[in-house]
Design a protein around this ligand. Structure first.
Ligand code: 8DG
Ligand code: MN
Ligand code: MN
Length: 386
């Protein structure tokens, strides 16, 4: 039922993909608090609660003004009872007791520290927490069995928890361009993730690689990694097929070219100052799903640092979907898929858009076309910071 009264001063649409969310907004004092509770809910594997807090925070990020009182919350969507209680407390007392006690809690702090290790998820961190472990170094001291990702995570812990600057992202871009061009000419390399949305710093650097000639991108990832490894620029890498959003969200993936779309989670060795010439490690690399650490005895020093890099290769026919899927933010992506499913009877992934009613895949050559298929106003990357 629609109210017939005057429209509210600020209208905010209920899906994050229907609104513009700039990077810098007016309510950090509230959204930081709500996001602590969201994070804590994730640590307790309560996804529903976590998403509810994230949605509340995201609504406040989209407001063109500071929230000064409860009146400012009138007509806003997505604000659950719990979020409203927290906001009220902060507006009245300056802080929320629940947020502060969460921040101080041993569990929150330990989970934050342990999941802050690359390769460590909530499940492992929680098991270790219940065994009495608190800090990343406890993993070493107590002789925990770590997989290769986690070993690299501990080894480069300090570097990987230091924000990557835009400058460093650009330096990494040059390296990736050089690597890709060395093994395939004419490839297109695009910076994705937070940096595409205009962030000044990130926790990693994300790249999407494609080629105008469909099929030319096949087999590219192993070649690129091989080149990087020969140059001594890789500290860790793991390649997998991309199956992230697809498993949950039904058929939004054309059945053909299943094997082409590849991604790689890696750690680069970035020379400080100028790009290093690199030393040859002569490590062989086989295609397929592989994982390995090179240069395991090396420690970051004054001359270089470790940087997390995500590489994704996409056939050109899926490039628009991959671009949309890897730009983020995570909540924006989640909301796009929810909108597609709940409001449009469609299924969106980073490969394709499937229309259940028409029982066919909808083609798109640009992000604009995907928004149009979804009946959404186009939101540029800099306004997807939901
Ligand atoms: P940050 O690194 O600056 O902290 O922020 P970010 O760039 O927004 O976060 P991110 O963790 O690097 O993720 C960037 C985008 O990539 C995000 O929108 C979600 C998407 N993404 C993953 N993993 C996967 C995956 O496995 N498949 C697909 N299709 N997308 C993914 O993070
Ligand atoms: Mn990123
Ligand atoms: Mn990433």
């Amino acid at each position: 039922p629609k109210p017939s009264a005057d429209p509210p001063a600020t209208t905010v649409k209920s899906y994050a993909c229907q609104r513009r969310t700039p990077l810098k907004h007016h309510n950090t004092f509230l959204t930081d608090a709500l996001e602590i509770l969201a994070e804590n809910a994730e640590f307790n594997e309560n996804e529903g609660r976590s998403v509810a807090f994230r949605r509340s925070a995201s609504v406040l990020k989209a407001l063109p003004h500071v929230v000064r009182g409860m009146d400012d919350l009138k007509n806003l969507p997505c604000l659950g009872e719990h979020s409203v209680r927290v906001i009220k407390e902060i507006l009245e007392d300056g802080t929320s007791s629940e947020v502060e006690s969460t921040r101080q809690s041993e569990q929150y702090q330990a989970m934050k520290a342990l999941t802050g290790v690359f390769g460590v998820g909530v499940k492992s961190a929680d098991r270790w927490f219940r065994e009495g472990l608190r800090r990343p170094l406890d993993l070493i001291h107590t002789g925990q069995k770590l997989n290769l990702a986690q070993q690299a995570g501990v080894q480069y812990y300090n570097d990987l928890n230091r924000p990557v600057t835009k400058r460093e992202a650009v330096a990494i871009s040059h390296i990736v361009e050089k690597a890709v061009n060395a093994v395939l000419s004419g490839a297109i390399i695009t910076l994705m993730g937070g940096f595409r949305r205009g962030k000044e710093v990130g926790h990693d650097v994300d790249f999407l690689i494609t080629h105008l000639e469909e099929g030319a991108e096949e087999g590219l990832m192993p070649k690129v990694l091989n080149w990087l490894e020969e140059q001594g620029l890789l500290l860790y890498q793991k390649t997998t097929r991309n199956s992230y959003l697809e498993s949950k969200d039904g058929p939004a993936r054309p059945p053909h070219n299943l094997d082409r779309f590849e991604r790689c989670f890696s750690i680069f060795k970035l020379e400080k100052g100028k790009e290093g010439s690199g030393t040859s490690l002569n490590t062989s690399y086989d295609s397929g799903t592989t994982e390995g650490i090179t240069g395991t005895t090396e420690q970051p020093g004054p001359s270089w640092r470790a940087v997390r890099v995500d590489l994704v290769v996409s056939p050109f026919s899926q490039f628009a979907f991959a671009t949309l899927g890897w730009t983020g933010s995570k909540l924006f992506e989640r909301e796009l898929r929810r909108w597609a499913g709940q409001e449009k009877g469609m299924s969106l992934s980073s490969h394709a858009l499937y229309d259940s009613k028409q029982q066919r895949y909808l083609r798109a050559n640009s992000e604009e076309e995907i928004f149009a298929h979804l009946g959404l106003e186009y939101i540029p990357p800099s306004e997807r910071n939901a």
